[in-house]
Ligand binder design. Structure first.
Ligand code: NAD
Ligand code: TYD
Length: 352
């Protein structure tokens, strides 16, 4: 079996669902602290699936993690658990240092304590896969080549700095202790079960609720977008065949300016769920104050994972965004469950 952390969040939840969609898949122990971003409703379809063992807890809790490792003897840990939202990291960086830096440190130490005494064959096949972000590389100029695995780390937000720190710890646990680690650095994900504080789900829900669609600054910041199922397939490939100690950049070859992303969502909604006044949702676009320290451009050179592990994304942005909008239209119950009081408090605090 494998231990997944943060598997009640957006990407971890998609990963667990995709993994267990295979009837031959190994069991998963899913350790999640259930912060505001963790949501058991995402995993509701697994309620009666004995292959999914959910444990409520913190990756930083050494006693708990070591007892889980001893009890279940997983062959791998896939670490999704993190504080993940840049805007929240600007309002309150402490949780980011706590989970992303100290939490990863403690998880590495728990993994090392479990892994060190294993018999040789289990020791060499064990994997610690750390899921990270392209934001650790900092911001690109318009004509810079996309980020490759050899780019220097130049994180600019408390979020990306905390993820960069965690990546360095993972690297050091390989070089110093020989822990068989793998790291993936992925671009912006989108798709089902995405918490609506992030751009794409926020815009879909605000559009449907007749609210402003907030675009920071001039809306010309560029991100590379990857459909979440493609990220999950990349992680499975790296877990299966990645070279220990290596890092793999994962991206969708889909560089888009934020304003274009918002306009595309509006156009999809105009066709799938037209406004009652037959005007375009794009009329709701509102330019708001820019994010402090806002990175201008991210872009991923995903040739290494393609060349060495034969991985390629399946979705284009056009197919992925249509699926995503349709998913939000089809899942009002899940949405009802996440737009609770604490979500409304966040919107008030951040956008007012
Ligand atoms: P998310 O915020 O949706 O989910 C994070 C999950 O981790 C939640 O379920 C939360 O309850 C859990 N968690 C938080 N702190 C924890 C702790 N101390 N112990 C145990 N569980 C804890 O995040 P996401 O978007 O699914 O991102 C998952 C990972 O992928 C993160 O490491 C993130 O840095 C990375 N990543 C995200 C993106 C993206 O676009 N969302 C892109 C690249 C990489
Ligand atoms: P986000 O989804 O928060 O991801 P990240 O900051 O990790 O890239 O934001 C994506 C882009 O959209 C980013 O450039 C910030 C911008 N953005 C807005 O313009 N308006 C918003 O309300 C939000 C949440 C983000």
């Amino acid at each position: 079996m494998i231990l997944v952390t943060g598997g009640a969040g957006f990407i971890g939840g998609n990963f667990v669902l995709d993994w267990l969609a295979n009837p031959k898949a190994e069991e998963i122990i899913n350790l999640d602290k259930l912060t505001y971003a963790g949501n058991l409703a995402t995993l509701a379809s697994l309620e009666n699936d004995p292959r999914h063992i959910f444990v409520h807890g913190d990756i930083g809790d050494r006693g708990l993690v070591e007892s889980l490792l001893q009890k279940y003897q997983p062959r791998a840990i896939v670490n999704f658990a993190a504080e993940s939202h840049v805007d929240r990291s600007i309002h309150g960086p402490a949780d980011f240092v706590q989970t992303n830096v100290l939490g990863t440190f403690n998880l590495l130490e728990s993994a090392r304590a479990y892994w060190s005494p294993l018999p040789d064959n289990q020791k060499s096949s064990f994997r610690f896969l750390h899921v990270s972000t392209d934001e650790v590389y900092g911001s690109l100029k318009a004509d810079d080549p996309p980020f490759s695995e050899t780019n220097t780390y130049e994180p600019n937000s408390p979020y990306s700095a905390s993820k960069a720190a965690s990546d360095h710890l993972v690297r050091a646990w390989f070089h110093t202790y020989g822990l068989p680690v793998l790291t993936t650095n992925c671009s912006n994900n989108y798709g089902p079960y995405h918490f609506p504080e992030k751009l794409i789900p926020l815009v879909i829900l605000n559009a449907l609720n007749g609210k402003p669609l907030p675009v920071y600054g001039d809306g010309q910041q560029i991100r590379d977008w990857l459909y979440v199922a493609d990220h999950c397939s990349a992680i499975r490939r790296v877990l299966e065949s990645g070279q220990i100690g290596e890092t793999y950049n994962v991206g969708g070859w889909n560089e888009k300016a934020n304003l274009d992303v918002v306009n595309t969502i509006c156009a999809v909604l105009d066709s799938l769920r037209p406004r009652s006044d037959h005007q375009s949702y794009s009329q709701q676009i509102t330019f708001v104050a820019d994010r402090p320290g806002h990175d201008r451009r991210y872009a991923i050179d995903a040739r290494k994972i393609e060349r060495e592990l034969n991985w390629k994304p399946q979705e284009t942005f056009d197919t992925g965004i249509r699926k995503t909008v349709q998913w939000y239209l089809d899942n009002p119950v899940w949405i009802e469950g996440v737009v609770s009081g604490s979500y409304r408090d966040w919107l008030k605090k951040h956008y007012n």
